[in-house]
Design a protein around this ligand. Structure first.
Ligand SMILES: NC(=O)c1ccc[n+]([C@@H]2O[C@H](COP(=O)([O-])OP(=O)(O)OC[C@H]3O[C@@H](n4cnc5c(N)ncnc54)[C@H](OP(=O)(O)O)[C@@H]3O)[C@@H](O)[C@H]2O)c1
Length: 277
């Protein structure tokens, strides 16, 4: 599996696993944990979750999946903006650790910009780091202006990543945010890399897929992963999807493919506000 470097030089896999909509019940908890374990076996050892997902339910599923193999996994979770005060972020992290049944989270993110001062959230993250409860911290759904405000705040330049909506149909961050992060050696985590399974049935996408003997989701994922410094975290509860996604991480698109995709899904020619799901 190709690796991506965090700003401090630590490597993480370019392809991870998402967990939104896991842990919502319906008797699926064991199957969801089994799917995550299968993904780990395939090398997708970065797992992304959040206190928001099923109000802690997804973290509990992740807790099941990593039992006995915590050291193999790079665990990402997120704090709700309304919990991201100086004290609130610490309490939220401790609740997440209990649900995840682990001593530490590898990367803890502020889920989206909120009303608590960034300096307070960063101070809480630094305390959590000093206490060994988190190893790295970062943000999510921060546009370039939010990132500039963050790095100007005390300690803000230590941010390890920005997790944003980025895929073939949502190319906005490619114009400004990706180059901004790349210039700082800060990887971007692309969420909903296959547009939540709604990647359009476009003839150009299908043509590229046909050339490689794969489907349009594999092409869409390979396209995201073809960007320097970008980590993709598709969510898949279905084993066939997991296996297809793993294969897509080895799919190299040609210049001809990329040009065809650019004609079908044109790159942004000016700055666009960051989209969010
Ligand atoms: N920071 C944020 O604000 C934010 C927002 C959204 C998402 N996220 C994170 O990013 C992760 C991924 O995003 P997402 O879940 O929104 O969307 P996604 O990964 O783009 O799509 C997930 C959907 O696609 C299906 N799927 C997966 N692999 C497939 C394949 N190879 N072929 C066809 N369908 C496939 C899945 O079905 P099955 O489950 O049935 O396999 C699921 O319905 C989330 O789970 C979450 O961890 C973060």
């Amino acid at each position: 599996m190709r690796q991506i470097s965090l700003p401090d030089g630590e490597n993480v896999p370019a392809l991870g696993q998402g967990t939104w909509y896991m842990g919502e019940g319906g008797g699926r908890r064991k199957a969801e944990a089994d799917a995550l374990r299968h993904g780990i076996e395939l090398g997708m050892t970065l797992i992304d979750t959040a206190e928001m997902y099923a109000e802690g339910g997804a973290e509990e599923v992740v807790g099941d999946a990593i039992q006995g193999q915590r050291d193999q996994v790079f665990l990402v979770s997120k704090v709700y903006p309304h919990n991201a005060s100086r004290k609130g972020a610490i309490a939220a992290c401790e609740r997440s650790l209990q649900r995840l049944r682990t001593s530490h989270i590898d990367l803890y993110l502020l889920h989206w910009p909120g009303s608590h001062p960034l300096a307070d959230t960063v101070a809480a993250f630094r305390q959590l780091q000093e206490e060994g409860k988190i190893r790295h911290w970062g943000v999510s759904n921060f546009d370039q202006d939010d990132m500039e405000e963050l790095v100007a705040a005390p300690g803000g330049a230590d941010c390890a990543t920005d997790q944003v909506l980025f895929n073939l149909t949502r190319r906005g961050p490619g114009f400004d945010l990706l180059p901004w992060c790349r210039a700082r050696a800060m990887p971007v985590m692309a969420y909903s890399p296959i547009e939540q399974g709604r990647m359009p049935d476009h003839p150009a996408l299908d043509e590229v897929a046909r050339r490689h003997g794969v489907d349009r989701f594999a092409v869409a994922l390979a396209w995201v992963l073809g960007h320097d410094g970008v980590i993709a975290i598709p969510k898949a509860a279905d084993r066939k999807h997991l296996e297809a996604n793993r294969r897509a991480a080895d799919l190299v698109l040609t210049d001809q493919d990329r040009q065809a995709l650019d004609r079908a899904f044109p790159p942004p020619t000016r700055r666009r506000p960051l989209e969010m799901l």
